[in-house]
Design a protein around this ligand. Structure first.
Ligand SMILES: [Zn+2]
Length: 87
């Protein structure tokens, strides 16, 4: 992997064992969900961007949508996988 390392595509996130979470930032909802990157790569293509601006058009909060609240008050976080010895 070339340096400086830039995790900006779904493929790079998968190859570097990162996980991406989507978070609802609406008060009293606060739902969060780990994105299935394999399924996302199948849907958008592995070279699709994985930055927030790249992903936001494809996500919404289903609970807020069901409740009639704004459903695009979301953000994303990128995490390296924790080593197995961390609980
Ligand atoms: Zn929500």
């Amino acid at each position: 992997m070339p340096y400086p390392l830039r995790i900006d595509t779904i493929r790079k996130a998968i190859e570097c064992s990162y996980s991406i979470w989507v978070h609802c930032n609406t008060e009293r909802c606060w739902r969060h969900h780990r994105i299935d990157l394999g399924a996302l790569a199948d849907m958008l293509g592995p070279d699709h961007g994985c930055l927030a601006a790249d992903l936001a058009p494809h996500f919404h909060c289903s609970e807020c949508r069901k409740a009639g609240r704004p459903d695009k008050n979301i953000s994303f976080t990128l995490h390296p996988e924790a080593p197995h010895w961390v609980n």
